[in-house]
Design a protein around this ligand. Structure first.
Ligand SMILES: Nc1ncnc2c1ncn2[C@@H]1O[C@H](COP(=O)(O)OP(=O)(O)OP(=O)(O)O)[C@@H](O)[C@H]1O
Ligand SMILES: Cc1ncc(COP(=O)(O)O)c(N)n1
Length: 267
């Protein structure tokens, strides 16, 4: 039997299919990594915003993790929405022994502006989860919370990435520039070197779930064995294609197109 790369996402849900677990599984599938998911919170949301949230009890989160870890090997995993300290603690306990790439999307606020994690959990995340990561992928508002600084320029983004690695112990930091003007530039600091990933800015409002999709793509490529800078470069190409072929469904900020890189389309 051929070797099958597998990836796990530990995150919240999006019944409208653009962000969270649903975006992650679509991304894993497109990038040919067997996709698995542990649900931390059920979120009633759509392209216009978040209507309601219910968090999973922590014993159930731990049991889901145990069910996957005890049965199926996987080569990379990501975390998305971890809503409070109890959930973070439960996840940290189960993932600490794993010796495979860990991609953390430090989800704090949805693109719609709705808060997705408790305020005290932001500090807990920085102190207890960042040191476990292979790479963390904050957008600018998240990087500002983590570093306690304002980020106005490309230089500030690069400084923030270095601070997240050297001061808070992340394995590497990718600070994403989706919220800046001009080109869509992200900076990866890997502990030694800063890598620049840039793409032309696409004029669209359909960016619901870009952060989820990007971090899931990094996990999928790493599950195939790509080292970090290459996995990131390929993930950036994937998310850029997904944004550029995104569609205007729903009444708000539409989702990205997870099958944008497919060569053959079903008619
Ligand atoms: N309009 C755009 N055109 C091209 N690339 C974009 C655009 N918006 C975001 N990106 C890219 O998409 C990726 C996700 O970045 P972003 O900073 O938007 O993350 P996020 O805030 O976590 O996602 P979201 O906007 O869904 O909350 C980055 O590579 C960013 O450069
Ligand atoms: C469950 C969940 N996780 C993360 C996000 C952030 O996604 P985005 O900021 O890309 O809308 C979201 N909306 N929902």
């Amino acid at each position: 039997m051929n070797y099958i790369p597998a990836s796990l996402t530990i995150a919240g849900t999006d019944p409208s299919g653009g962000a969270g677990i649903q975006a992650d599984l679509k991304t894993f599938q497109e990038l040919q990594s067997y996709g698995m998911s542990v649900i931390t919170s059920v979120v009633a949301q759509n392209t216009t915003g978040v209507q309601d949230v219910q968090h999973m009890p922590t014993p159930m989160i731990k049991q889901q993790l145990e069910s996957v870890i005890s049965d199926i090997p996987f080569q990379a995993f990501k975390t998305g929405m971890l809503a409070n300290i109890d959930i973070m603690q439960a996840v940290a306990e189960k993932i600490s022994p794993l010796d495979i790439p860990y991609i953390m999307d430090p989800v704090m606020v949805a693109a719609s502006g709705d808060r997705l994690i408790a305020e005290d959990a932001q500090i807990y995340l920085r102190e207890n989860l960042l040191p476990l990561t292979t790479v963390t992928t904050p957008n600018i508002p998240e990087a500002e919370v983590i570093t306690d600084r304002t980020i106005d320029t490309l230089e500030d983004m690069q400084q923030a990435a270095k601070q997240i690695v050297h001061e808070y112990g992340a394995g590497a930091a990718l600070v994403k520039g989706g919220h800046m003007q001009g080109e869509a530039v992200d900076f990866l600091y890997d502990g030694n070197k800063t890598h620049t990933l840039s793409a032309e800015r696409i004029d669209t409002n359909n960016t619901h779930g870009t952060g989820c999709t990007y971090s899931a793509a990094i996990a999928a490529y790493m599950s195939h064995g790509y080292p970090l800078p290459e996995a990131l470069q390929k993930a950036k190409e994937y998310v850029t294609a997904a944004i550029s072929h995104s569609f205007p469904i729903g009444n708000g900020s539409g989702p990205t197109n997870h099958w944008a890189l497919r060569k053959e389309l079903v008619k």
